[in-house]
Write a protein that binds this ligand. Structure first.
Ligand SMILES: Nc1nc2c(ncn2[C@@H]2O[C@H](COP(=O)(O)OP(=O)(O)OP(=O)(O)O)[C@@H](O)[C@H]2O)c(=O)[nH]1
Ligand SMILES: [Mg+2]
Length: 212
Protein backbone atom coordinates (compact mmCIF):
# COMPACT_ATOMS: atom_id res chain seq x y z
CA UNK A 1 0.00 0.00 0.00
CA UNK A 2 1.17 3.53 -0.71
CA UNK A 3 3.24 5.14 2.01
CA UNK A 4 3.03 8.91 2.49
CA UNK A 5 6.24 10.66 3.56
CA UNK A 6 4.89 14.03 4.77
CA UNK A 7 8.28 15.59 5.47
CA UNK A 8 9.54 15.13 1.92
CA UNK A 9 6.10 15.14 0.27
CA UNK A 10 6.70 11.81 -1.38
CA UNK A 11 4.25 9.01 -2.06
CA UNK A 12 6.03 5.66 -2.11
CA UNK A 13 4.25 3.14 -4.33
CA UNK A 14 4.96 -0.53 -4.94
CA UNK A 15 4.98 -1.53 -8.59
CA UNK A 16 5.00 -5.31 -8.76
CA UNK A 17 6.32 -7.00 -11.90
CA UNK A 18 4.54 -10.31 -12.16
CA UNK A 19 3.78 -12.92 -14.76
CA UNK A 20 4.81 -16.45 -15.64
CA UNK A 21 8.27 -17.85 -14.98
CA UNK A 22 11.02 -16.55 -17.29
CA UNK A 23 8.71 -14.07 -19.03
CA UNK A 24 11.20 -11.21 -18.62
CA UNK A 25 10.39 -9.57 -15.27
CA UNK A 26 13.98 -9.24 -14.02
CA UNK A 27 15.25 -8.16 -17.44
CA UNK A 28 12.61 -5.41 -17.58
CA UNK A 29 13.60 -4.08 -14.15
CA UNK A 30 17.25 -4.18 -15.17
CA UNK A 31 16.39 -2.03 -18.21
CA UNK A 32 14.53 0.44 -15.99
CA UNK A 33 17.47 0.68 -13.59
CA UNK A 34 20.07 1.19 -16.32
CA UNK A 35 17.94 3.76 -18.14
CA UNK A 36 17.43 5.86 -15.00
CA UNK A 37 21.03 5.45 -13.89
CA UNK A 38 22.08 6.83 -17.28
CA UNK A 39 19.89 9.91 -16.68
CA UNK A 40 21.01 10.10 -13.04
CA UNK A 41 17.43 9.66 -11.87
CA UNK A 42 17.77 6.35 -10.14
CA UNK A 43 16.76 6.79 -6.50
CA UNK A 44 17.69 3.37 -5.19
CA UNK A 45 19.93 1.20 -7.34
CA UNK A 46 19.16 -2.19 -8.73
CA UNK A 47 19.29 -4.70 -5.93
CA UNK A 48 18.91 -8.43 -5.78
CA UNK A 49 17.88 -10.25 -2.66
CA UNK A 50 18.40 -13.92 -2.13
CA UNK A 51 16.73 -15.15 1.00
CA UNK A 52 15.80 -18.79 1.19
CA UNK A 53 13.52 -19.35 -1.81
CA UNK A 54 12.72 -15.65 -2.22
CA UNK A 55 14.52 -14.20 -5.18
CA UNK A 56 13.77 -10.54 -5.59
CA UNK A 57 14.98 -7.84 -7.97
CA UNK A 58 14.17 -4.21 -7.26
CA UNK A 59 15.00 -0.60 -8.08
CA UNK A 60 13.31 2.73 -7.43
CA UNK A 61 12.68 5.70 -9.69
CA UNK A 62 10.74 8.96 -9.63
CA UNK A 63 7.30 9.03 -11.19
CA UNK A 64 6.56 11.49 -13.97
CA UNK A 65 3.30 12.86 -12.57
CA UNK A 66 2.63 14.76 -9.37
CA UNK A 67 -0.28 14.90 -6.99
CA UNK A 68 -0.31 18.58 -6.04
CA UNK A 69 3.13 19.16 -4.54
CA UNK A 70 3.60 15.46 -3.90
CA UNK A 71 5.88 13.30 -6.03
CA UNK A 72 5.59 9.60 -6.71
CA UNK A 73 8.44 7.26 -5.85
CA UNK A 74 7.96 4.04 -7.80
CA UNK A 75 9.49 0.98 -6.22
CA UNK A 76 9.77 -1.66 -8.94
CA UNK A 77 9.79 -5.15 -7.48
CA UNK A 78 10.07 -8.42 -9.35
CA UNK A 79 10.10 -11.89 -7.98
CA UNK A 80 11.10 -15.13 -9.59
CA UNK A 81 8.14 -16.59 -11.43
CA UNK A 82 8.36 -20.03 -9.91
CA UNK A 83 8.22 -18.62 -6.40
CA UNK A 84 5.42 -16.24 -7.42
CA UNK A 85 3.21 -19.21 -8.13
CA UNK A 86 3.19 -20.66 -4.70
CA UNK A 87 3.76 -18.99 -1.40
CA UNK A 88 4.58 -15.35 -2.03
CA UNK A 89 2.26 -14.04 -4.70
CA UNK A 90 -0.48 -13.27 -2.15
CA UNK A 91 1.90 -11.06 -0.23
CA UNK A 92 3.15 -9.18 -3.30
CA UNK A 93 -0.31 -8.57 -4.68
CA UNK A 94 -1.56 -7.38 -1.30
CA UNK A 95 1.14 -4.67 -1.14
CA UNK A 96 0.85 -3.70 -4.83
CA UNK A 97 -0.19 -0.17 -5.73
CA UNK A 98 0.26 -0.99 -9.41
CA UNK A 99 1.12 -4.05 -11.46
CA UNK A 100 3.18 -4.54 -14.57
CA UNK A 101 2.03 -7.86 -15.93
CA UNK A 102 4.88 -9.30 -17.98
CA UNK A 103 3.18 -11.66 -20.42
CA UNK A 104 5.28 -14.05 -22.48
CA UNK A 105 4.11 -13.78 -26.10
CA UNK A 106 5.04 -17.34 -27.02
CA UNK A 107 2.15 -19.58 -28.00
CA UNK A 108 2.93 -22.28 -25.44
CA UNK A 109 2.89 -19.68 -22.63
CA UNK A 110 -0.63 -18.40 -23.27
CA UNK A 111 -2.33 -20.68 -20.73
CA UNK A 112 0.23 -19.79 -18.08
CA UNK A 113 -0.29 -16.07 -18.73
CA UNK A 114 -4.05 -16.50 -18.35
CA UNK A 115 -3.70 -18.54 -15.15
CA UNK A 116 -1.42 -15.94 -13.56
CA UNK A 117 -3.78 -13.08 -14.42
CA UNK A 118 -6.75 -14.98 -13.04
CA UNK A 119 -4.77 -15.67 -9.90
CA UNK A 120 -4.06 -11.96 -9.43
CA UNK A 121 -7.75 -11.15 -9.93
CA UNK A 122 -8.76 -13.71 -7.31
CA UNK A 123 -6.23 -12.37 -4.78
CA UNK A 124 -7.43 -8.79 -5.32
CA UNK A 125 -11.02 -9.83 -4.80
CA UNK A 126 -10.12 -11.85 -1.69
CA UNK A 127 -8.40 -8.70 -0.36
CA UNK A 128 -11.65 -6.77 -0.94
CA UNK A 129 -9.99 -4.63 -3.58
CA UNK A 130 -11.59 -3.96 -6.91
CA UNK A 131 -9.62 -5.73 -9.64
CA UNK A 132 -10.97 -3.48 -12.39
CA UNK A 133 -9.60 -0.41 -10.55
CA UNK A 134 -6.13 -1.89 -10.08
CA UNK A 135 -3.61 0.20 -12.05
CA UNK A 136 -2.18 -2.43 -14.40
CA UNK A 137 -0.10 -2.28 -17.56
CA UNK A 138 0.71 -5.23 -19.80
CA UNK A 139 4.14 -5.96 -21.23
CA UNK A 140 4.01 -8.34 -24.15
CA UNK A 141 7.57 -9.63 -24.13
CA UNK A 142 9.57 -11.84 -26.49
CA UNK A 143 8.09 -10.15 -29.54
CA UNK A 144 11.37 -10.93 -31.31
CA UNK A 145 10.91 -14.70 -31.06
CA UNK A 146 9.48 -16.76 -33.88
CA UNK A 147 6.27 -18.37 -32.74
CA UNK A 148 5.13 -15.43 -30.66
CA UNK A 149 1.39 -14.88 -30.97
CA UNK A 150 -0.06 -11.89 -32.86
CA UNK A 151 -0.89 -8.92 -30.64
CA UNK A 152 -4.61 -9.25 -31.53
CA UNK A 153 -4.66 -12.77 -30.07
CA UNK A 154 -2.84 -11.72 -26.90
CA UNK A 155 -5.17 -8.76 -26.51
CA UNK A 156 -8.24 -10.95 -26.91
CA UNK A 157 -7.18 -13.39 -24.19
CA UNK A 158 -5.22 -11.19 -21.78
CA UNK A 159 -6.67 -7.71 -21.97
CA UNK A 160 -10.41 -7.80 -21.23
CA UNK A 161 -10.26 -4.48 -19.34
CA UNK A 162 -8.45 -2.54 -22.08
CA UNK A 163 -5.34 -1.82 -20.03
CA UNK A 164 -2.49 0.05 -21.67
CA UNK A 165 0.14 -2.25 -23.09
CA UNK A 166 3.65 -2.20 -24.51
CA UNK A 167 5.40 -4.58 -26.92
CA UNK A 168 8.85 -5.32 -25.57
CA UNK A 169 11.99 -7.28 -26.07
CA UNK A 170 13.21 -7.49 -22.51
CA UNK A 171 16.39 -9.31 -23.50
CA UNK A 172 17.91 -6.93 -26.03
CA UNK A 173 15.87 -3.73 -25.82
CA UNK A 174 14.91 -1.20 -27.02
CA UNK A 175 14.45 0.22 -23.56
CA UNK A 176 11.92 2.96 -24.46
CA UNK A 177 8.73 0.84 -24.43
CA UNK A 178 9.75 -0.71 -21.10
CA UNK A 179 10.31 2.72 -19.53
CA UNK A 180 7.14 4.15 -21.12
CA UNK A 181 5.07 1.25 -19.75
CA UNK A 182 6.22 2.00 -16.22
CA UNK A 183 4.61 5.43 -16.39
CA UNK A 184 1.44 4.45 -18.25
CA UNK A 185 -0.47 3.64 -15.08
CA UNK A 186 0.34 6.87 -13.23
CA UNK A 187 -2.89 8.64 -14.18
CA UNK A 188 -4.91 5.68 -12.95
CA UNK A 189 -2.75 5.35 -9.84
CA UNK A 190 -3.26 9.00 -8.91
CA UNK A 191 -7.02 8.66 -9.45
CA UNK A 192 -6.97 5.59 -7.21
CA UNK A 193 -4.98 7.38 -4.49
CA UNK A 194 -7.37 10.34 -4.59
CA UNK A 195 -10.44 8.19 -4.41
CA UNK A 196 -9.42 5.35 -2.11
CA UNK A 197 -6.56 6.54 0.08
CA UNK A 198 -6.55 10.31 0.50
CA UNK A 199 -10.07 10.59 2.01
CA UNK A 200 -8.94 8.29 4.83
CA UNK A 201 -6.07 10.72 5.54
CA UNK A 202 -8.48 13.63 6.22
CA UNK A 203 -7.63 13.78 9.97
CA UNK A 204 -4.02 14.51 8.97
CA UNK A 205 -4.93 17.11 6.35
CA UNK A 206 -3.10 19.97 8.05
CA UNK A 207 0.03 17.89 8.38
CA UNK A 208 -0.07 16.55 4.85
CA UNK A 209 -0.84 19.83 3.06
CA UNK A 210 -2.82 20.21 -0.09
CA UNK A 211 -3.14 17.35 -2.56
CA UNK A 212 -4.83 19.44 -5.27
N1 LIG B 1 14.43 -13.40 -26.97
C1 LIG B 1 13.98 -12.84 -25.84
N2 LIG B 1 14.40 -13.33 -24.68
C2 LIG B 1 13.94 -12.76 -23.55
C3 LIG B 1 13.02 -11.66 -23.57
N3 LIG B 1 12.74 -11.32 -22.29
C4 LIG B 1 13.46 -12.15 -21.52
N4 LIG B 1 14.18 -13.00 -22.27
C5 LIG B 1 15.08 -14.06 -21.79
O1 LIG B 1 14.31 -14.95 -20.99
C6 LIG B 1 15.09 -15.41 -19.89
C7 LIG B 1 14.38 -15.07 -18.59
O2 LIG B 1 14.39 -13.67 -18.43
P1 LIG B 1 14.22 -13.03 -16.98
O3 LIG B 1 14.22 -11.54 -17.12
O4 LIG B 1 15.17 -13.62 -16.02
O5 LIG B 1 12.75 -13.52 -16.68
P2 LIG B 1 12.01 -13.54 -15.28
O6 LIG B 1 10.56 -13.34 -15.58
O7 LIG B 1 12.65 -12.60 -14.33
O8 LIG B 1 12.31 -15.06 -14.85
P3 LIG B 1 12.08 -15.74 -13.41
O9 LIG B 1 12.38 -14.71 -12.36
O10 LIG B 1 13.03 -16.90 -13.39
O11 LIG B 1 10.66 -16.18 -13.41
C8 LIG B 1 16.45 -14.74 -20.01
O12 LIG B 1 17.33 -15.64 -20.67
C9 LIG B 1 16.19 -13.52 -20.89
O13 LIG B 1 17.31 -13.11 -21.62
C10 LIG B 1 12.59 -11.17 -24.84
O14 LIG B 1 11.80 -10.23 -24.95
N5 LIG B 1 13.11 -11.80 -25.94
MG1 LIG C 1 13.41 -12.93 -12.34
Amino acid sequence: MAFFDAINQLIHCNVIYCGPATSGKSSSIRHIASNYAQHQQLIYPLQRYAHEEVRLVSCSVLGQQQLGAWRLHLHCLGQAGAAMDVRYIKHWISIADAIIFVADSQRHKLQENIRQLQHIARIQTANKRNFSKLPLVLHYTKRDLQGSLPIETLQRYLNPLAWDYAETNAAAGPVEPIVAALHMFETRLIAYLKQAIIPSLAPFARLLGNFD
